[in-house]
Ligand binder design. Structure first.
Ligand code: SF4
Length: 155
């Protein structure tokens, strides 16, 4: 399961398949990470530095974090994509095609001047989360999406 949690400043990614339940996150910021709560991650309960330090201790890479850099990510089902916006300007997107077998993610791109900020990963995670919530299979053919879904790519 892939989930993405956001507040105004940061985005936290969680890949349940990598979690080894070491609970370093829970010990580091118990108000943010509560396995008994749904959703179990709430970014409104601690400051960014506490959350960041807790995630840095995650031994498995199941959790990762980026700053948002004032870039908004939106799921736009009507266009079969997620899109990244800096104000009104679209600066990135992750496109999929709905097929009988599932959603085929075939393209992920972010404007070069916005690279290395985790925006592409946020784009892929939003599409992945939406597919998983609908119990739709994902078929990534875009090499970047393949990488994100296998490990924790950053660009
Ligand atoms: S620190 Fe990482 S591996 Fe440990 S419980 Fe939290 S998410 Fe899972």
């Amino acid at each position: 399961m892939h989930r993405l949690y956001e507040n105004k400043d940061i985005t936290v990614f969680w890949n349940s398949e990598k979690c080894v339940h070491a609970k370093e996150c829970v010990h580091g910021s118990p108000s943010t990470f509560d396995p008994m709560r749904r959703p179990w991650i709430d970014l409104g309960r601690a400051d960014t530095s506490e959350i960041w330090q807790s995630i840095a201790k995650c031994p498995s890479g199941a959790l990762s974090i980026v700053y948002n850099h004032d870039v908004r990510i939106v799921f736009e089902e009507a266009y079969s994509r997620s899109a990244a916006y800096d104000g009104d300007k679209r600066i990135g997107e992750c496109d999929y095609q709905a097929t009988e077998e599932g959603w085929v993610i075939f393209h992920t791109e972010v404007s070069p001047e916005y690279g290395k900020k985790g925006i592409a990963k946020r784009l892929v995670y939003i599409v992945t989360e939406e597919a998983e919530k609908r119990k739709i299979s994902l078929i990534p053919t875009c090499s970047y999406a393949v990488k994100v879904l296998k490990d924790s790519a950053m660009t």
